[in-house]
Design a protein around this ligand. Structure first.
Ligand SMILES: [Fe+2]
Length: 313
């Protein structure tokens, strides 16, 4: 592995070792010398990128050369606000839901969703990867490093289905095409941040990201009682996948818009995230098959949506 670190990078890296916490430069910040700015922990985006890249390099070297080096070095170099926690708008006493950013050696319980474009590592008797936009269920699970993860956990199963009494919306009230008989409810939507992703990497049409696009990440929870047909549809102006949180169901694909035309069932069990269903057909254009969620039992499932940002955002 060849790595070039310039004298400017060394300047930033040596400063970063002393910084706690660091933050990005904001409009209106006073103009001060570079040294003073680094002393205060106020960094430009490219400087934060340098630090993050270097941490990745160190992690790679540690995997190759032994874990003791990784532990020792990372304790000193990580200077940012690590494990920043954001409670999601739909978190409540029944299901807790939060997002962590700049994850470092974080211990969590529940269903963990990787909301980043990098593989993250769950420490165990044998460390295990979680691929981008996939998930797992962990007990006192320690995550070594991640840009952003969501963690959801069922806290109180009793009366868990009373979402309509906890402020959720019957989907027919926001989408007029939903037949009146379908008991499909949706939580509030939380925009948890943005990410640069190659949509064709998201859909697995490319093994390695090439053409990056900026997306907002939006999360929301769905709920239906068992035996609910959560509506066949095939249009989304965004990339989506889903993680099962509670109960069991299926994400189904259809050749035509009718239940008898089903051609694939992806069984959804708690902690599982399905592969994206769409392909990229143009700039911010995605082709979906007819698809639906079908709740086999009372079920909560998390929607993970990547919405293309409009210019100027
Ligand atoms: Fe969909």
């Amino acid at each position: 592995m060849t790595t070039h670190v310039s004298s400017v990078d060394v300047d930033v890296l040596s400063a970063s070792i002393r910084l706690r916490p660091k933050r990005r430069v904001r409009p209106g910040d006073p103009v001060v010398s570079r040294g003073e700015r680094l002393r205060r922990g106020v960094l430009f985006d490219n400087e934060i990128d340098i630090i993050d890249c270097y941490i990745d390099l160190i992690a790679a070297l540690a995997i190759a050369g032994g874990r003791g080096f990784q532990r020792t070095f990372r304790r000193h170099i990580v200077a940012g606000q690590t494990n920043a926690k954001h409670l999601l708008s739909f978190s409540d006493g029944a299901i807790s839901a939060c997002v962590y950013e700049n994850v470092e050696n974080l211990v969590v319980d529940g269903i963990v969703v990787n909301l980043s474009t990098q593989t993250i590592w769950h420490e165990g008797s044998v460390n295990a990867p979680i691929q981008p936009w996939r998930s797992s269920t962990v007990t006192k699970g320690k995550f070594l490093k991640a840009d952003r993860i969501a963690v959801l956990k069922v806290e109180e199963p009793e009366n868990i289905g009373g979402v309509m009494l906890r402020g959720w919306t019957w989907f027919g009230d926001v989408f007029r095409g939903l037949p009146r008989g379908i008991p499909l409810y949706v939580s509030s939507i939380d925009t948890v941040g943005s990410v640069s992703e190659d949509p064709m990497a998201f859909t697995r049409e490319r093994p390695v990201a090439e053409e990056m696009r900026r997306f907002d990440i939006k999360l929301k929870l769905w709920w239906s009682p068992g035996k609910t047909d959560a509506f066949i549809h095939n249009e989304h102006p965004f990339l989506e996948t889903h993680t099962q949180i509670y109960g069991y169901g299926r994400m189904q694909k259809f050749r035509q818009r009718k239940a008898e035309a089903v051609y694939e069932d992806v069984v959804m069990a708690p902690g599982f995230t399905h592969e994206p269903f769409c392909l990229v057909t143009g700039a911010d254009e995605y082709k979906y098959p007819w698809h639906r969620y079908y709740a086999d039992t009372d079920a909560f499932w998390l929607a993970i949506e990547l919405h293309p940002q409009t210019p100027g955002q």
